[in-house]
Design a binder for this molecule. Structure first.
Ligand code: ADP
Length: 779
């Protein structure tokens, strides 16, 4: 029991007992026996919801007690704040908690004062690059969801980060938490850790497939339920669960499916609500509408009123946490979610339905079956300890054959082995440069020695593939050399000033090379390349994305002059810059939907003089299409900077408000990087870059930059104030208060806060009479 755990600071076992933890779960006890609280490294490979967080907490608290700090690495930024608030319960015992999110460039010195630090692997990587001094004080690092080293995009960073932390700090206790995977012992070998592996769950889990007239469970039992389409099947299961007082999580494969499933299931949940639930839900719906006035807000609020919700990465963070909390409080009865929710957010439910077991994958080129590991993680969300007698996870089949396949493929199957993705070139490119720039390695031998501490090395050695790592490393070194990010002098390797900048800015070297080329080609006047003749689009095609003539006019050409009658422009335009950063590998570009190709081809010719660098020929299919995807992305950013309504943007590009924010943040970061690169290389475009970045930051045209920077104003209010003649911060301090109040639609409190923020002498709005904005705003 908690009182007999060695190495814990005083007061902790009592706190655990107070929290209702009377006995350790078996995997927790096994980890403690293996030395978790006395400094031993542990890999815990156990099912979802079996108490991994407490394993981490015990390790961190005892490590801090021995002297030093603990670092908790999360896979998603959204989880960082969740974990931080979970760990804050230890503050009353004197353990301070800090979360490091935000910009990649700072060294986070303030974190030196914290005992427990929560951060994403990207953030830790960048802290390492910036030589954060407290890294040397770490005595324990916890890697949450360590099986994600298998992830093509983000895995290598986690892998390299752990290897680096362990190199800097040879005695570091490493605790890695993992879902059940096929090769946990290999992961433990890599981290020199003891493996704790278990199938134990705090609550029984039954898994089955619904087909025919019943759910057929793995233990041979059946629950009779009518069949039909996937929608009907889902409705029947949700209804059945509700009559038993339980909740259901439905996993689907796309955002659109999540929203339509939620709408459908709301028809079921609304029949089961009590009066008091109905009124709480309507308050919840108001809170959701308050978050933003985008259409998604309203769609979500409307299903929430009926007791259902959807959850996907396109939702605003506030929306996500409102939904998660209300589901945990059992106010919401159903969530239809894309798999993001399966990865880490703690939302258990009585039943889990996996409606779609295939998902569209662009790189795969079609519908791809989900991994066994992912399906098992979704199933693991079934069953709320203390509330449900057991959890049930159900897959849906349309035929007997499909049912057999699902049993084979998922229910009886072992999860996949975790495989390092470090040898993929973009990953090595980035990490090799960082390793050289931060002085971790100064020769190729040193570099290979460091890389030897990675899972990749463990796995290739085991597979007898020695030499492969050296080959890819050679080609990466050659790339970095050609692009002048590193210098080779005999055996020794060092980063050039620009290489240092690239590493510090956390850019993929290929993004940096693209940006530098683009800015240089502008400088050299390469954009004056002969304009190609404009092909005539087939009738009507232009209408697909831009429905009115005014849509087409809504461009920055109004500000920079008409592109048609000029061959050169004296400074890069915002669209040119947005396109430049959108075509780097650091930006996830928007997909081209049907019809988009001709629309953006047309736009491409129309705005050709604005692009930085050579437009690829239409005959280079792949490159040209990538160029157009980047153009679609750039055009979204331009719309945002032209004050187009959020709703209009979500419609036009088929994205959610969360996506707009995501693209805007990435663009802001990349433009900031471009500004620095331009500065370091003494290219003249840095002022144009800074302005384009500012406009993206606030989502406004030039004339509003001053106003929109004031806290509490934002793009819409800035526009209204401007139209009412209040055009600057100075105007805010001097203008008649009634005019300001009118522009702010009579919101006194808001007006006062804003006036305070600009330092107006007497910000009080008491007794001020609102002056209606003049006709000017109506035009
Ligand atoms: P995981 O991270 O493995 O998915 P969590 O750490 O979130 O799971 O634990 C799931 C739930 O179990 C939490 O609500 C936690 O408070 C509870 N829990 C963990 N350990 C114990 C224990 N020993 N006794 C009782 N409840 C526990």
């Amino acid at each position: 029991n908690p009182a007999s755990i060695p190495g814990l600071p005083s007061g902790i076992s009592e706190q655990l007992a107070d929290d209702g933890i009377e006995e350790l779960y078996p995997p927790q006890a096994e980890a403690v026996d293996a030395g978790l609280t006395t400094g031993e490294s542990i890999v815990a490979s156990v099912p979802t919801a079996s108490g991994k967080t407490l394993i981490a907490e015990l390790a961190m608290l005892s490590a801090i007690e021995r002297g030093g700090k603990a670092l908790y690495i999360v896979p998603l930024r959204a989880l960082a704040s969740e974990k931080k608030s979970e760990f804050e319960k230890w503050e009353k015992h004197g353990f301070s908690v800090g979360v490091s999110t935000g910009s990649y460039e700072s060294s986070g010195e303030w974190l030196a004062t914290r005992d427990i630090i929560v951060a994403t692997s990207e953030k830790v990587d960048s802290l390492l690059r910036n030589n954060a001094p407290w890294i040397a004080d770490l005595s324990c690092v916890v890697a949450d969801e360590v099986h994600l080293v298998d992830d093509r995009h983000r895995g290598p960073t986690l892998e390299v980060t752990l290897a680096k932390l362990r190199t800097v700090n040879p005695g570091l206790q490493t605790v890695a938490l993992s879902a059940t995977v096929g090769n946990a012992s290999e992961v433990a070998d890599w981290l020199d850790a003891t493996l704790v592996q278990s199938d134990w769950r705090p609550i029984e889990l039954r898994t089955g497939v619904h087909y025919g007239s019943a759910i057929n469970f793995d233990d041979g039992s059946q629950t009779a339920l009518p069949t039909g389409s996937h929608d009907r099947q889902t409705e029947a299961i949700v209804d059945d669960t509700l009559s038993d007082g339980g909740s259901t999580l439905v996993f689907v494969n796309s955002r659109r499916n999540a929203e339509s499933a939620a709408k459908r299931q709301a028809g079921v949940t609304k029949r089961h609500l009590t009066d008091s639930e109905r009124s709480s839900l309507s308050e919840l719906a108001d809170a959701i509408r308050d978050v933003s006035d985008a259409e998604t807000s309203d769609t979500l609020a409307r299903v929430v009123e009926k007791g259902a919700a959807f959850h996907h990465a396109g939702l605003a963070a506030e929306h996500r946490s409102i939904v998660e909390d209300a589901f945990r409080d059992r106010l919401l009865k159903v969530i239809a979610a894309t798999p993001t929710l399966a990865a880490g957010v703690n939302t258990p439910s009585r039943r889990v339905i996996i409606r779609d077991w295939r998902r569209y994958d662009g790189e795969y080129g079609g519908m791809k079956p989900l991994a066994v590991l992912e399906i098992h993680q979704m199933c693991g969300r079934a069953g709320r300890p203390g509330l449900d007698p057991y959890g049930e996870a159900v897959l849906l089949a349309k035929s007997a054959d499909e049912m057999d396949e699902l049993f084979e493929r998922y229910i009886w199957a072992e999860p996949e082995a975790v495989q390092s993705k470090l040898a993929a070139e973009p990953a090595l490119r980035t990490h090799v440069l960082a390793t050289i720039a931060s002085g971790f390695a100064t020769t190729k031998e040193g570099l290979l020695e460091f890389l030897d501490g990675t899972l990749y090395a463990t796995q290739t050695d085991a597979g007898g593939e020695f030499g492969r790592l050296e080959q890819v490393t050679d080609s990466v070194l050659a790339y970095l050399d050609v692009n002048e990010f590193i210098e080779r002098d005999g055996d020794s390797l060092s980063a050039t000033p620009i290489g240092h900048t690239v590493s510090r800015l956390y850019l993929d070297p290929m993004s940096a090379a693209e940006i530098i080329d683009g800015l240089r080609s502008f400088e050299e006047g390469a954009t004056t390349a002969v304009r190609r003749s404009k092909p005539t689009p087939p009738d009507g095609e232009l209408e697909t994305a831009f429905s009115t003539a005014s849509d087409l006019r809504e461009t920055d050409q109004q500000e920079t002059g008409n592109a048609d009658d000029q061959e050169t422009i004296d400074r890069p335009t915002p669209l040119g810059l947005y396109h430049l950063v959108s075509r780097t590998p650091d930006m996830y570009q928007l997909y081209l939907k049907s019809g988009d190709k001709s629309t953006y081809t047309e736009l491409c010719y129309e705005r050709e003089s604005e692009f930085l660098g050579q437009v690829p020929s239409e005959f280079e299919d792949v490159r040209f299409e990538e160029w157009l995807s980047a153009l679609k992305t750039a055009r979204l950013l331009e719309d945002w900077a032209l004050e187009v309504d959020e709703d209009r943007i979500t419609d036009r590009y088929g994205v959610g408000p969360g996506d707009i924010r995501g693209k805007v943040e990435t663009a802001q970061w990349l433009l900031g990087a471009a500004e620095e690169l331009a500065g370091t290389l003494e290219l003249g475009s840095n002022i144009a870059v800074r302005e384009a970045k500012k406009r993206i930051e606030y989502g406004v045209r030039d004339e509003l930059l001053d106003l929109a920077g004031v806290r509490g104003i934002g793009r819409k209010r800035a526009r209204r104030l401007y139209e009412a003649g209040v055009e600057s911060r100075t105007d805010l301090r001097d203008a008649e208060k009634g005019v300001i109040l009118g522009a702010l639609r009579g919101r006194r409190k808001t007006a006062e806060t804003i006036l305070e923020n600009v330092g107006r002498e007497n910000p009080s709005m008491a007794d001020v009479r609102e002056i209606e904005p003049s006709v000017r705003s109506a035009v």
